[in-house]
Design a protein around this ligand. Structure first.
Ligand SMILES: [Zn+2]
Length: 372
């Protein structure tokens, strides 16, 4: 009952104590908003071929050895991403020229500034503020290619994170390949070089602790830059339904998500409710089901899952969310998600959001913006 009320409030778009789960994306279309998926697109078959190929050939022992040694060493041998011009479909305004704190008006639109910062702020690494209202100092890039991952959509310049996130992703990629039969991670958006609000897509991903991982496993070859732009992720749902497509969902999907969620660095993982249901059924009743508590049903998230780390220990000014409710989340809450209520059209039209200005962000984000 309490849960039902909670979600009703959420749908009415009132801010909740501790902030809404994925920072309230009401429409259920993160696949579209984040640009990984192309519902009904012709590339699905191509990507399905990746799935078959990848699972048909994992893991090669030589690759495993490489993955093992690479997990200990930093990945300096691979190029770091560089700032690239925006895609033609994105605004092509000149980069904001910001050189001192005084240059920036309080009412400056934050995403126009952070969305065009091409490089990280050379400061001590720090996640400042909350997942959907903050910024990132001292970001490091996730290497474009690693022993068990490839970064996608390089033109967005969003493969930057707090060093703790990059380390986590490297660990997950290598462990997933070694132990879970998951060939490697195709990594979608992390954060911008200085975090903050984005020109397009996500509301969260602002403090370098969020990452999107495609539900398409990595192919056995290195994708070209163009493939990384144009390839679509694979939806786990049967077209036009909210049900899992059993031809696409595999045990390895369940295992990589369990591996991701079993790590104590993780606060939450967002997946589509149908995926949560699948995981609830898959995990043994007698097993330790604590990891399921962190796997949270949310709109979208059937082309990718979204990993959110907790604030690194002792980091002042980094705001954690409240922990998820106790239990594995496979009962009443999931039943609500599987019912019609979350998907019914809202009777009140969504009011346009006011733009987030610099004054809305923690004051330390000003320094992040101007440090060079
Ligand atoms: Zn995400």
């Amino acid at each position: 009952m309490v849960i039902a009320q909670w979600f009703r409030r959420l749908r009415m778009r009132r801010p909740l104590p501790g902030a809404a789960e994925a920072s309230s994306r009401p429409s259920g279309l993160e696949g579209r908003a984040t640009g990984y998926g192309r519902p009904g697109g012709t590339r699905v078959a191509f990507v399905s071929a990746f799935v078959a190929l990848s699972f048909g050939s994992v893991p090669l022992s030589a690759d495993l050895a490489a993955a093992q040694s690479a997990s200990a060493a930093p990945h300096q041998q691979v190029p770091s991403p560089i700032a690239r011009p925006p895609l033609a479909t994105q605004p092509v305004d000149p980069p904001a020229q910001v050189s001192s704190v005084g240059d920036v008006a309080d009412d400056a639109v934050a995403r126009q500034l952070f969305g065009r910062a091409p490089t990280p702020a050379p400061l001590e690494a720090r996640s400042i503020g909350s997942y959907a209202r903050g910024c990132l100092a001292g970001a490091v890039p996730l290497a474009v290619d690693g022993p068990a991952w490839q970064a996608m959509r390089l033109s967005r310049n969003r493969n930057w994170g707090h060093p703790a996130l990059v380390a986590y992703l490297q660990d997950l990629a290598v462990a997933g390949r070694q132990s879970e039969g998951w060939n490697g991670l195709l990594v979608g958006d992390l954060s911008q070089p200085r975090g903050g609000p984005m020109l397009t897509g996500h509301r969260s991903h602002q403090i370098g602790l969020d990452a999107d991982i495609w539900l398409t496993p990595m192919p056995d070859w290195t994708l070209s830059r163009q493939e990384r732009e144009e390839l679509s992720a694979t939806s786990m749902l049967r077209e036009g339904t909210r049900q899992i497509d059993p031809n696409r969902w595999t045990e390895q999907h369940a295992r990589i998500i369990r591996r991701a969620a079993s790590d104590d660095r993780v606060a939450r993982i967002f997946v589509h409710p149908a995926i949560k249901e699948q995981l609830c059924r898959w995990e043994q009743p007698s097993a330790d089901r604590q990891w399921l508590r962190r796997v949270r049903p949310w709109y979208g998230h059937h082309y990718h899952f979204h990993i959110r780390l907790s604030c690194p220990a002792g980091m002042d000014g980094c705001e954690n969310q409240n922990p998820p409710p106790a239990g594995d989340g496979c009962g009443e809450e999931l039943a609500w998600w599987l019912g019609p209520e979350p998907w019914a059209p809202s009777d009140t039209p969504a009011r346009p959001r006011r733009e987030t200005t610099l004054a809305d962000l923690p004051s330390a984000c000003r320094q992040v913006l101007v440090s060079n």
